[in-house]
Design a binder for this molecule. Sequence first.
Ligand code: COA
Length: 178
Amino acid sequence: MATVQPPFRPRRFRCRDGREVRLRAIQAADAPEIVQAFERLSPQSRYARFMAHKKELSSAALERGVHPQPGRDCALVATVPAADGIDIVGAAQYVHNGEDSARTCEFAITLAEDWRGCGLAPVLLASLLRRARRDGYQTMEGWVIAENAAMLALARKLRFTVEPVPGDFAMLRVVRAL
Ligand SMILES: CC(C)(COP(=O)(O)OP(=O)(O)OC[C@H]1O[C@@H](n2cnc3c(N)ncnc32)[C@H](O)[C@@H]1OP(=O)(O)O)[C@@H](O)C(=O)NCCC(=O)NCCS
């Protein structure tokens, strides 16, 4: 892996509809907000993201998610002000794909339902691609349910190629050289 890159510099992003979010790296203190963001997602969105009918996030997954290992993993969130401080309206992350020899990371991205189609998803994913490249990864991949038209269109827009998954017609792999 490359030397650890500087932390992600927080920035503001104005969506196409004029609403503004703050983009920043995830923090340990975000755990309760991640839980709330998960609870606000529809069952369909949860299934699209986790490929399972998840009713809650496991505490182990949550712990891992809010403690990315610098130089190896990265998680970015889009936040907006809320009565209790902030709401997380988008999150995107990559992790090492688990194969020791591989310089491949696996990404996932989720937006709150009412923050879709406003230009936020491509910005989050493009930021991830840049960070992953600087972390020394050569390839980014993701697993997408075949009927997830929005994710497939987003992946194609960011120049991922879409491949079948042998033996699994319900799933596609999106992959991009970095
Ligand atoms: C995947 C996700 C992050 C994409 O965010 P988004 O805001 O919908 O993305 P975009 O607005 O950039 O849409 C991408 C493209 O898909 C198109 N699109 C959106 N919904 C669509 C649908 N139901 N059918 C066909 N195309 C669709 C959009 O028109 C857009 O294309 P365009 O920019 O050429 O107009 C979001 O839908 C989401 O959070 N889904 C639930 C979680 C998930 O599926 N994660 C992916 C697994 S890693």
